[in-house]
Structures are given as structure tokens and as C-alpha cells.
Design a protein around this ligand. Sequence first.
Ligand code: AMP
Length: 418
Amino acid sequence: MIQLVRGFKDILPEEASVWQEIETTARNHFHDFGFNEIRPPVLEEAALFKRSIGELTDIVEKEMYTFAGSKGNLLTLRPEATASVVRAYIQHRLYAADPVQKLYTIGPMFRKERPQKGRYRQFYQINAEVFGIASPYMDAQLIYMVTGFFRKLDITGLRVHLNSLGCPECRARYKAELTAMLSSRVDNLCADCVRRLDKNPLRVLDCKVPACRAEVEQAPSMIDYLCGDCAAHFATVRSALSDMDVPYAIDHRLVRGLDYYTRTAFEIQTDELGAQSAVAGGGRYDGLVALLDGPPQPAVGFAIGMDRLVELVMARKPAGVVAPDLFFAAMGEAAWRKAFEWSSRLSDAGVRTEIDFSERSLKALMRRADRLGAKYVIIAGDQELANNSVNLRDMKTKEQIPVPIDSLVETVKQRIVN
Ligand code: AMP
């Protein structure tokens, strides 16, 4: 038997209903904050991610699904959505009508990571990106919007971690200081961090190896190196969050995996998911639009990990498929023919119906109706057809009423839809 590819998964119907609920909640919530949907493809030029995410990141170095296209160019299954949304913003000149664009997208991402609980090779994100607004109030509103979204899903116990990564100028000063400090203790760092030290020293800050974590405790903090403008931006984000009663913790080790972040970086974490504690992450990326050959426009956004969100929602309430409103316990060819017609018409009218075409006893049919959680059952066999009347059984009260065949669709519709 051919099985799933490792690191990939099927979302089965019971769980899919939770996904739908999350998507609908996100769409409505983001809509109220002024967002419109955009749907970029899952396949892009590899160069898009190399340039935006950065050559020296784990994603680009080892996690991308990349293969040759027919013209010899390299194509990649997107590992994240921001680069694609930025590309679309530039390519379709969305900024021409109005540089301010608030866009969201929901869909699968692909990363060749080591599969484990909460970490998949195809996973889903809800992304929101705002272009053309440099104000720190936008950063704060995005964070507020995500926390409000989680609240609507009844998810509590989340923590907002906040940091500022400064701008290229103040970050360069910080990087130099950090590199100098860590270089003097290089013997205590893991092999990956020794390599990172040269190329991307900020990544040492979020290394999980205990020895590296101990070293990082002593490291200087980016916030102390912010230039005047970056410090003012950060202060406003903080006061705006306080104004809206959004609790947060400053996290000096929060650097995010991607090169393109500037100033605000945030992550939303939970203790309920074990090692994979991040449910959402985002921040400002003011340089990315220009880096991808667009007009310089500030931008800020986030990505919510849907797989982890689904786990949190399912831990709170049982998932399940929707039960039928009406089950047809029809017996025999003549009854199937009538029930087929009734169920088709009633489904059209908004009644969720289920019909059993198998050759089974009434007892077996009623057992199935019960198992499916049907609210009502119509019992129809040759006898009922001959009498021009079928029985409608309320499965909760066990009450059974006769319904004339000629007015069945109307009668049932009135009883069930209203
Ligand atoms: P990132 O794009 O790495 O900042 O990730 C944003 C969010 O996506 C994270 O906070 C996770 O919730 C989720 N995420 C990232 N990678 C994976 C993965 N391999 N499997 C499941 N969820 C993921």
C-alpha cells in the first residue's frame, strides 16, 4: 500500500471542521481590521527566497524543496508566504493605486525540516502583511489583532514576546559587539554557532543548545544599542500595547529566523505544545520591498502556524463532523427512488440529509442513524408508500409523526429549517 510521505499529513474530516472554523474566524476578524485576501501560488523562483530570506538562514541553506524548472531555472515550493506577497505587491504594482495595502493569505508552506510533533514538512500558515505604513501603531495593531483572533478562538495562556532588531545601522554596531563578545568564548559554543558567529551572529541568540544559551545570558542586548529613531519606535509600540492592555514580555533572545526583519520582532508562545512553543511570529521588514526591486515601502506582518493552532483548539473542545439533520431509512427500490428525490430537494433547501441505499433491516438502519447523530429519521418502506404516508421520527424525543408523501418536502422543510 502506498503511504503518506514522511513529514506530510492528511487532515481528516473531523479535524478539517476545526480548520474551517479557524479560517472563517480569521477571515472575518482580519476583514474587520481592513485586510483583503491575496492568493499567491505555492511555487516561485528559488531566487525569490534566497534573496529575501537570506542565503545564510537554515531555511535557505537546508530546508527548501528546490528543483530545476524547464528553462534551467531553479524553482522552490514556498517555505513562507511573505516573499511571495511582496513579489505580488511589486509585480502587480499594487502600490500604484495606494501604497497602503493590507493583505492576508492562508495556505501551505514547505520546509524540509526534521519531522516531529508540531513540526511538519507541509504546514499551514495564516499570514497578514501591511505595506506602506511606517508607524509603530501599525505594529501594535497587528499584535493586538492576533491576540484578539486567539481570543475569538477561546485560546488563552499565550504570551507575547517582543524585541526590536533595530535598523541596519544600529544592528551593525550591535552585531560587531556581539561577535566580539562571543568570539572570546568560542570554545563554549556548539559547532553550528561557531559557524553562525562569522556569518549570522544574531542566530546564536536563539540557539537551543544549553551551553550556547548560557553564553547568551551574558550577551549584550540589542535594545541597548538602538539608535534614537529605533528606540522611539520601540517605545511607541510598547506604550500602544499597554494602552490596549496587551501584556507582553521583552525577549532579548528573540531574533526570528529570517534576515529581513527590522525593528519590531514578536512571537506568540504557549506552554501547551511542548517543544514547539511558537504559535505565531512576525515583525517589521522595512527594507524588503526595495530589496526585491520594488519602490521603498515600509512593511510589517506576521505568520500564524495553523497546525499548532488546530491542536490548541482541539485540546479545548472535541472535533467532529456535522451530524445529518435528517436520515432516510429507506427500504427497497421504490423507497430509494422516492427518498433519493426527497433528500436531493431537501439538501437544496438547506437540510443536511443522509440516505442509506444498502439492503438492510430497519433495526440496522436506525442504528446507523443513531451513530451518525441524525436529528430526525424518515422511515419509508413499501408499506408506507402504499399508505401515502411516512413516519418522521424525532431522535431526541422519540416522538414519531406521520407525514403525507405529497407534502413531504414542504412539511419537513418547515419543521427542520425553522
Ligand atoms: P516562521 O515563518 O518560521 O516565523 O513561522 C511562523 C509560525 O509558523 C511558527 O510560529 C509556527 O507556529 C509555524 N511553523 C513554522 N514552521 C513549522 C513547521 N515546520 N511545522 C508546523 N508549523 C510551523
